[in-house]
Design a protein around this ligand. Sequence first.
Ligand code: NAD
Ligand code: MG
Length: 395
Amino acid sequence: MTKIQNITILGSTGTIGVNTLDVIARHPQRFRAYALTANSRIEPLLEQCRQFNPVYAVVLNADAAETLRGQLRREGLATEVLCGPDALELVSSLPEVDAVMAAIVGAAGLRPALAAARAGKRVLLANKETLVMSGRLFMDAVRTGGATLLPIDSEHNAIFQVMPANAPDGLEAAGVSKILLTASGGPFRKATMDELSQVTPAQALNHPNWVMGPKITIDSATLMNKGLEVIEAHWLFAATPSKIEVVIHPQSVIHSMVEYMDGSVLAQLGNPDMRTPIAYALGYPERISSGVGALDLFKIARLDFEAPDTVRFPCLRLAFEALQRGDTAPAILNAANEVAVQAFLADKIAFMDIPRLIEDTLCSVSVGEVLQLEDLIAVDQEARQVAMSWIEACV
Ligand code: NAD
Ligand code: MG
């Protein structure tokens, strides 16, 4: 019998975290939820501790940790409660942990994901911001740490599934001519410029195909999500920007494609449910059940494709430009975007201010080389300051 794998889930109370626990619960002989982590909401984490009885639970805030500790003790549960960012790094690198699901949202996920890579874990990477901010550092840590990196983002998971095994030697050696990254186009695919300027947070939070956390849902509406994914694909598959093409595919049935030099195009299809890429990465290289139903092609009946419009959706252009610029430019883009999305959700700026704010921040903060993690943390802070001043000047 194979040994049970101990899994740390960073961000277990989020959409990806909950879906991961759903798959784990289907395979108690294979996986154990070893450490679960959340930001500050302890209610859902407490419920997860009752159901999965993890060895560790981590919350960011010390008061919330104390409350959780007291409640677990009263219920006679043995889970040890830790708190703070260092504890996130600890549960990502403990020797008894086999795999780490990196599913914290935003830049906060970077340090623990890096810790997992350095510790040579099997890293299931949902937190795309890690690769956007620190692509080179993170990929180096994966190599030197001897980690196995498996993409969870549905597009990158799809590409990974249809990429040949010898792709690490470069796309050309593998006969790949292009990566076709599909995008649903979000809820405003057909909106005019005028309509886009009136978009409310409630409208933007209503994604047509996927159920996701608020930040990535707004990113999907601006197409910044696809922009971040272009940068993610660049690092994961060593693809130059010219080899990555975004294809709008409103049905979200094809999760991405790889075009080969002989004219073949390989695609991965499935219902839009994150449990498929999660189960693929958890079980890899074996296939395991995920709870996702079979694809009904007769019901889907048709698949449509269109080119993206970077005039109505400038975030996609900005991400390509930041990738071309390199160095700290993608980290500046990421920080400005995080601030912009929060401000939009708080009704402080308009939907079309999001790309404006990002572009202005990219123009104001000087781009430099990334030699170490501290360079990224410094530029992330600087870009956030600049973006916040922009918002203050605007309200
Ligand atoms: P979410 O908002 O639903 O969940 C985020 C999780 O991170 C929660 O558990 C929250 O408690 C935790 N968290 C938030 N801020 C934190 C902080 N400062 N410190 C520690 N923990 C913190 O987000 P999600 O939709 O599950 O997305 C998670 C990540 O996965 C994102 O990077 C997103 O881009 C990526 N992703 C998500 C999907 C999806 O379908 N939801 C698909 C592809 C990629
Ligand atoms: Mg995606």
